[in-house]
Design a binder for this molecule. Structure first.
Ligand code: C2E
Ligand code: MG
Length: 701
C-alpha cells in the first residue's frame, strides 16, 4: 500500500501527533489573544509590553513551528511523490492513476496532462482526472488546447500558479474552460524538449489557493512525470500503431473486435442491451478515388472520420475496418432507436459537401445496424448481421439506414447455405446455360441470344441467378462460373451456325465486375475464342453500368484489351447506375441494354415513353445499338419500333430457352417470314421454353 493511501487511512481513524501539536499551538495563540485583550483593557503599560514581547516570541515560535510543519508536509509529499513515480516506472500505472495520486498529494480535485503530438496532424493525448473520474482521450489536435498549453505555460515559465482574476486573460479563460478557480501548472519536458503540460487545480467549491511551495513541488515532480509520460507515450504509440488506423487515427479492426468482445462479455441488468454496432460503407467512394486521386480520397476519409466522431459519445468506439468501411460500437444503448439516431445524425452530417483540394465533393453512406439483444451473441455474429443490414441498405438505394431483423436473418442463413452448396454445384455440373433470343425490331429476325446461367439444385430446386450470382461474387466462385458460361456459350454459338451462312447468331454473355477486373481476363477470353473457333465479332460481353462508374482507369484499360480481341461490348441495365453521357462517349462500348423497369410502362405512361425515347436518341447520337429488355406485350413492342429502338428481348418474343430450343427457332426462322417474331404470342414462347432439357455445363476438373 502506498504511504499516501496508508496515511490517508490512518488519518481517518484519529489525529496523528502532528495534528495534536497543531491544535495545541492554535489553542495557545487563541489564549494569548484573549490575554492581551484583557491587559489592554486594564491599561497596565509595562505589564502589557512584557506580555506582548512574550506573546510575540510565542507567536514567532508557533509560526515557525507551523511553517516547519508545512514544509515537512511538503517533504513528505515529495517523498510520497517519488515513491509514486518509482512505482509508476516499475509497474505500468496509467497516466490517469498517476494524476489521481497527484490530486491526493495536492489535496486537489482536478489534474490534467496534455501530451503534445509529434507532428501537428497527429493526435494529442489529453488525460484528465476530475472529482475522481478519469477521462483519457487521444484526440486530433484541439487548437484551444494547444493555445492553452503554449500561451500559458510555455515558454513564459516552466511552472506557474494561476489564480482566477490574477493573471493574464488567457489563464482566466483556461481556468474557466476547466471549471477551476485556481491551478498550479508546469511544463513537462524531457531533455530540454517540451512534451506538454501538467496541471493540478481546484474547482469553484474549494477556494484554497495554491502556494509558491505547491508550485515548487509540482516543478520538482514535473521532470519525473515527464519521464513517466514519455515512457507511457512510447508504449501508447506502439500500442496505438498496433491498434489504430494510421490514416484516420481510428481504432482498427483488431481493437474494434476486442472492444466488442468486452462489451458482449459484460453482465447486464435484465432488459438492458449490451451493445449496438453500426457498419458503415461509403457510397461510391471509389469514384472519388479514381477521379480525384488517392490524396483526395484520403482527405475524404479523414473528413468523414471527423464528422463521424461528432455524432458519437466520446467513449463510443469508432473504427475504420478497411477501405471505405467504418464501424461504431455503442455500448449499453438505451434501445435500438439510439443506434438508428446516431446513424441518421451521421447521414445528416454528410449532406454538406467536403472540400477536397478545392473540389466540392458530396458523399453518402449506407449504414447497417445490429443489436446485441441475445446473450449468445458473438462478435462475428454481430458484425455479420450489421454487414447484411448494410447490404440491404445499399440495395434499398444508398444513403439509407437498415437495422438487422429476423427476415434478414433468414436471408442470411439461406445465403450461407447457398454459398456452401454452390461450390459443390459447380463441380457437380448442376449449373447450365439458357439462351434468350434477341430480335432486330426492323427485320423481326432473331439476331442473337443472351446466355443466362441456371442452377437446378437437387436439394433446393431451381435458384435464380439474381440470387446465386451475388453469392458467387462474394465467394469468388464467379470467376469459375463465368468462365464456364462463356465457354459453353461460345461452343454453342458455333454449333448453331454449323458453318451455314444465315444461321449465325451473336451470343451475349454477362460479366461480373470481378471477372472483368481480373488482369488475366482478356487473355482467358482470347483462349476460349481460339479454342472454340468462334468469330470474335459474334461474342458480345455485357458489363454493368456501376462498373463503368467505379473503376474508370482500370476498367477502361480492360475494356480496350477486350475490344482489341474484336468482341463487342454492351452496357447492361443502362440508366440504373450513374454513368453520364460524357463518360459514355469515351468508353469503347457498342450497345446499351435498357432494363425491364424502363420498358414496363412505355405503352401506358407518356413520361416514361419520353424518358425511353431520350435514351434511345442518346444511343443513336453516340452510334450505339439499343436493346430493350423485358418486353412482355405487343403494345410495348409497337412503341419501341416507333422510337426506332434497334433490338428487343423479352417474354413476349421468347423466354430463355435451352440450346435446342434456340436451334429449333433458327430453323423455323429460316423457313418462315421473319416478321412473325414481333407478333408471336407469349404463351407459345413460354411453352417452348419449358420443353426440352437444359444443356449442362462441362464438369470442372
Ligand atoms: P440481365 O443480364 O438483365 O438478364 C435479363 C434478365 O431479364 C434475365 O433474368 C431474363 O430472364 C429476364 N427477362 C428477360 N425478358 C423478360 C421479360 O419479358 N419479363 C421478365 N419478367 N423477365 C425477363 P435472369 O435469367 O433471371 O437473370 C437475371 C440476372 O442475373 C441477369 O440480368 C444478369 O445480371 C445475371 N446473370 C444471369 N446469368 C449470368 C451469368 O452467367 N453471369 C453473370 N455475371 N450474371 C448473370
Ligand atoms: Mg444481361
Amino acid at each position: 500500500m502506498s504511504p499516501v493511501i496508508r496515511r490517508a487511512m490512518l488519518g481517518s481513524r484519529g489525529p496523528n501527533p502532528g495534528q495534536v501539536r497543531a491544535v495545541t499551538a492554535a489553542l495557545a495563540l487563541a489564549a494569548l489573544a484573549v490575554g492581551s485583550w484583557a491587559l489592554v483593557e486594564r491599561a497596565e503599560t509595562l505589564e502589557t509590553l512584557l506580555f506582548l514581547a512574550l506573546a510575540a516570541s510565542i507567536v514567532s515560535v508557533g509560526v515557525g513551528y507551523l511553517s516547519e510543519r508545512h514544509h515537512r508536509r511538503h517533504l513528505e509529499h515529495l517523498s510520497d511523490s517519488r515513491d509514486l513515480l518509482q512505482q509508476t516506472v516499475r509497474s505500468p500505472l496509467s497516466v490517469g492513476a498517476l494524476l489521481g495520486r497527484l490530486c491526493q498529494i495536492f489535496g486537489a480535485g482536478f489534474a490534467e496532462v496534455v501530451v503534445l503530438p509529434d507532428a501537428p496532424d497527429q493526435a494529442a493525448l489529453l488525460v484528465r482526472v476530475c472529482s475522481g473520474r478519469i477521462t483519457e482521450t487521444s484526440e486530433a489536435v484541439d487548437q484551444v488546447l494547444l493555445a492553452d498549453v503554449f500561451s500559458v505555460t510555455v515558454p513564459a515559465s516552466l511552472s506557474l500558479v494561476l489564480r482566477e482574476g490574477a493573471g493574464p486573460l488567457e489563464s482566466d479563460a483556461m481556468l474557466a474552460r476547466r471549471g477551476l478557480h485556481g491551478a498550479v501548472m508546469a511544463a513537462l519536458s524531457v531533455e530540454g524538449q517540451i512534451l506538454g503540460s501538467l496541471m493540478v487545480g481546484r474547482g469553484q467549491g474549494d477556494l484554497r489557493s495554491f502556494t509558491d511551495e505547491d508550485q515548487r513541488l509540482l516543478e520538482a515532480l514535473a521532470p519525473q512525470v515527464g519521464v513517466t509520460v514519455e515512457k507511457l507515450r512510447l508504449d501508447e504509440r506502439i500500442n496505438h500503431q498496433a491498434f489504430h488506423d494510421s490514416l484516420t487515427g481510428l481504432a482498427n479492426r483488431a481493437l474494434f473486435a476486442d472492444r466488442v468482445v468486452h462489451a458482449l462479455d459484460r453482465r447486464m441488468e435484465p432488459g438492458r442491451l449490451r451493445a449496438a454496432i453500426l457498419f458503415i460503407d461509403l457510397d461510391d467512394f471509389k469514384v472519388v478515388n479514381d477521379t480525384l486521386g488517392h490524396a483526395s480520397g484520403d482527405l475524404l476519409l479523414q473528413g468523414v472520420t471527423r464528422r463521424l466522431r461528432r455524432v458519437v459519445r466520446p467513449f463510443d468506439t469508432v473504427a475504420r475496418l478497411g477501405g471505405d468501411e467504418f464501424a461504431v460500437l455503442i455500448e449499453d444503448p438505451a434501445g435500438p432507436e439510439e443506434a438508428v439516431a446516431v446513424a441518421e445524425r451521421f447521414l445528416e452530417e454528410l449532406t454538406d459537401t467536403f472540400d477536397l483540394h478545392g473540389a466540392a465533393v458530396s458523399i453518402g453512406a449506407s449504414v447497417g445496424i445490429a443489436i446485441a439483444d441475445r446473450p449468445s451473441m458473438t462478435y462475428d455474429h454481430l458484425l455479420r448481421e450489421a454487414d447484411v443490414a448494410m447490404y440491404r441498405a445499399k440495395e434499398r438505394g444508398k444513403a439509407t439506414v437498415e437495422t438487422f431483423d429476423a427476415g434478414m436473418q433468414r436471408a442470411l442463413e439461406r445465403r450461407l447455405r447457398l454459398r456452401g452448396d454452390l461450390e459443390q454445384a459447380v463441380s457437380a455440373g448442376e449449373l447450365s446455360v439458357e439462351y434468350q433470343p434477341i430480335v432486330a425490331l426492323e427485320s423481326g429476325t432473331m439476331v442473337g441470344v443472351e446466355a443466362l446461367a441456371r442452377w437446378d439444385s437437387p436439394r433446393l430446386g431451381r435458384i435464380g441467378p439474381r440470387e446465386f450470382i451475388p453469392v458467387a461474387e462474394a465467394s469468388g466462385l464467379i470467376r469459375e462460373i463465368g468462365r464456364q458460361v462463356l465457354r459453353t456459350a461460345c461452343e454453342q454459338a458455333v454449333r448453331w451456325s454449323a458453318g451455314e451462312p444465315g444461321r449465325e447468331l451473336s451470343v451475349s454473355v454477362n460479366l461480373s465486375p470481378r471477372q472483368l477486373l481480373h488482369p488475366d481476363f482478356a487473355e482467358e477470353v482470347a483462349t476460349i475464342l481460339r479454342e472454340t473457333y468462334l468469330s470474335p465479332s459474334l461474342l458480345n460481353l455485357e458489363i454493368t453500368e456501376s462498373l463503368l462508374v467505379e473503376n474508370t482507369a482500370t476498367t477502361l484499360e480492360r475494356l480496350r484489351a477486350l475490344k482489341d480481341l474484336g468482341v463487342t461490348l454492351a452496357v447492361d441495365d443502362f440508366g440504373t447506375g450513374y454513368s453520364s453521357l460524357a463518360e459514355l462517349k469515351f468508353l469503347p462500348v457498342d450497345a446499351l441494354k435498357i432494363p425491364k423497369s424502363f420498358v414496363d410502362n412505355v405503352a401506358t405512361d407518356a413520361r416514361e415513353r419520353a424518358f425511353l425515347a431520350g435514351i434511345i436518341g442518346l444511343g443513336r447520337t453516340l452510334h450505339l445499338r439499343v436493346v430493350a429488355v423485358g418486353v412482355e406485350g405487343a403494345d410495348q413492342l409497337d412503341e419501341l419500333r416507333d422510337m426506332n429502338c434497334d433490338l428487343a428481348q423479352g417474354f413476349h418474343l421468347a423466354a430463355p430457352l435451352d440450346a435446342e430450343g434456340v436451334a429449333e427457332l433458327l430453323s423455323r426462322q429460316a423457313g418462315t417470314a421473319s416478321a412473325d417474331w414481333g407478333h408471336r404470342p407469349r404463351e407459345m414462347a413460354l411453352a417452348r421454353c419449358s420443353s426440352g432439357d437444359t444443356e449442362s455445363l462441362p464438369r470442372t476438373a
